[in-house]
Design a protein around this ligand. Structure first.
Ligand code: NAD
Length: 498
């Protein structure tokens, strides 16, 4: 069984330490092993990143951008092999894997604008013959810790921009599907990235804790579940680090009585069941305003859920693959059991779903609950599986109150033809990313991504303009050159233009 190693100082490293099995969720087979970095291995990565920083910091942004341009080309050229690795270890379909890679590449494209992004701000004559400017300077060694559900895209949210800004980076990907992440980092080296600028350490809590505790690591970007996001935010900020920690979600779609139902149903199908519901922007709750739209939704969506094409992610032309691990499948089944016990109406039951030839895969079929209430666990908690819950309410105000009262605030959307309702929704909803007739309002790379409430700890969102702010610190420089031999008396009043 092949071992997925670490990548430190441009070299593949097997530290001969602990390992974990990596499964193919479509077959249930443990087909690779991944190294779990020890503290000593993390220190090796930190030392490499620290040593690479002075030269990389002083590399002109235009030269950094040239490496990023070549990296983009290599990512595009390797789309098929990367997508296959994602499908083999995550279980999502090949088409979905290619989609996440393309969205990741958009972040590389944004980072290619390094010379423009890092121009800083300049003002001539802030006082008599005094000029001032703000520099965006890199922080030094920064680290990213990423989840299993986007092994290509989420790391690409982080390190291309951090590196474009002149930092050196240590990435700790998810130990459940690390192969595509490692290959992508190797492509960056093939593109001409100097050794030590990007290091990948595979591992678990031991590796994460070593990164949190290391004084050399100046900032941490985290994406994953809320309990770990909160832990990393608390432990990192306590040590004086800059931290952005993106957590879990429960994303609601509001269906107004005037929604274009056919399109809303198509949108909900993709957003609820795409990637087997394992997306932080997946729609897991449909809030129907009025029984009429709720009944019509159930009538239209049930045959489509029953018709989902489910199979091994590595096969083409499917809608949905398996869940990532046996534990993830059992957790989702546990939630369905719980919803039934709590009295929600199970309209389509995905438990016990079998795919011929893949009997040991971690499959759950598309599942639909109706008449879900706000006090049920299936409503309150993130299921992270192919389960859509319908909640029936009487008005838009009631729908918005429900969403605003939820602990998560990552994404939401409204389906309507009423501009006034849509405007009110955008204005007053307590959620970080909002779609109007757009089910997955994931911001493009030149805007920033982030939720509200317990979906994000920290203040700057991921990638885009907020990412530049996160990975740089400002230095404000004020300069004057007094005339030679002129004598100026001491001034005791605070200097001003007044
Ligand atoms: P996770 O929190 O289990 O793991 C994320 C990372 O943290 C992994 O690298 C993992 O190794 C590490 N980790 C796990 N347990 C740890 C511990 N006790 N101490 C230190 N580090 C630990 O998340 P996951 O299951 O990989 O991903 C799914 C979750 O991520 C979902 O909750 C999903 O909503 C969330 N997510 C959020 C966003 C977002 O942008 N808000 C995006 C993608 C995924």
């Amino acid at each position: 069984m092949s071992l997925i190693p670490h990548l430190i100082n441009g070299e593949r490293i097997d530290d001969q330490g602990r390992t974990a099995d990596v499964f193919n969720p479509s077959t249930g087979e443990a087909h690779r092993k991944v190294g779990l970095a020890s503290r000593a291995t993390i220190q090796q990565a930190i030392d490499a990143a620290k040593a690479a920083f002075p030269a990389w910091r002083n590399t002109p942004p235009a030269k950094r951008a040239q490496v990023l341009f070549r990296f983009k080309q290599l990512l595009e050229a390797n789309e098929a092999v990367i997508s296959r690795l994602i499908a083999e270890e995550h279980g999502k379909t090949l088409e979905d894997a290619a989609g996440e890679l393309k969205r990741g590449i958009e972040n590389v494209e944004y980072a290619c604008a390094a010379p423009e992004i890092l121009k800083g701000e300049y003002t001539r004559n802030v006082g008599p013959n005094i000029d001032a400017w703000s520099d965006f300077q890199p922080l030094g060694v920064v680290a990213g810790i990423t989840p299993f559900n986007f092994p290509a895209m989420v790391p690409l949210w982080m390190y291309p921009l951090a590196i474009a800004c002149g930092n050196t980076f240590i990435l700790k990907p998810s130990e459940r599907d690390p192969s595509s992440t490692l290959l992508i980092a190797e492509l960056f080296h093939q593109a001409g990235l100097p050794k030590g600028v990007l290091n990948v350490v595979n591992g678990d809590k031991e590796a994460v804790d070593a990164l949190i505790e290391a004084p050399e690591v100046k900032a941490l970007s985290f994406v994953g579940s809320t309990p770990i996001a909160e832990y990393i935010y608390a432990e990192g900020t306590k040590r004086g680090k800059r931290v952005q920690a993106l957590g879990g979600a429960k994303n609601h779609a509001v269906l107004m009585p005037d929604a274009d139902l056919d399109n809303a149903v198509s949108a909900l199908m993709g957003a609820a069941y795409g990637s087997c519901g394992e997306r932080c922007m997946a729609i897991s709750v449909a809030v129907c305003v009025g029984d009429q739209i709720a009944d019509a939704l159930v009538d239209k969506i049930v045959p489509q859920i029953k018709g989902l094409k489910i199979g091994a992610g590595t096969n083409c032309g499917l809608d949905m693959g398996p869940l990532v691990t046996a534990a993830a499948r059992d957790k989702v089944v546990g939630y369905i059991d719980d919803g039934v016990a709590a009295g929600a109406k199970l309209v389509v039951d995905g438990r016990g779903y079998r795919v011929a030839g893949h009997e040991d895969g971690y499959f759950v079929g598309g599942t639909l609950f109706d008449n879900v209430k706000a006090d049920m666990r299936i409503y309150q908690e993130e299921i992270f599986g192919p389960v859509l819950c319908i909640v029936r309410v009487g008005s838009l105000e009631e729908a918005m109150q429900l969403i605003n009262d939820h602990e998560y605030g990552n994404g939401t959307c409204i389906f309507t033809r009423d501009g006034e309702a849509a405007r009110l929704f955008c204005d007053e909803i307590e959620v970080g990313m909002v779609g109007v007739n757009v089910p997955l309002p994931v911001p493009v790379a030149y805007h920033s991504f982030g939720g509200w409430k317990r979906s994000l700890f920290g203040d700057l969102h991921a990638y885009g303009p907020d990412g530049v702010r996160f990975y740089t610190r400002r230095k404000a420089i004020t300069q004057r050159w007094p005339q030679r031999a002129s004598h100026e008396a001491a001034q005791f009043a605070f200097p001003s233009n007044g």
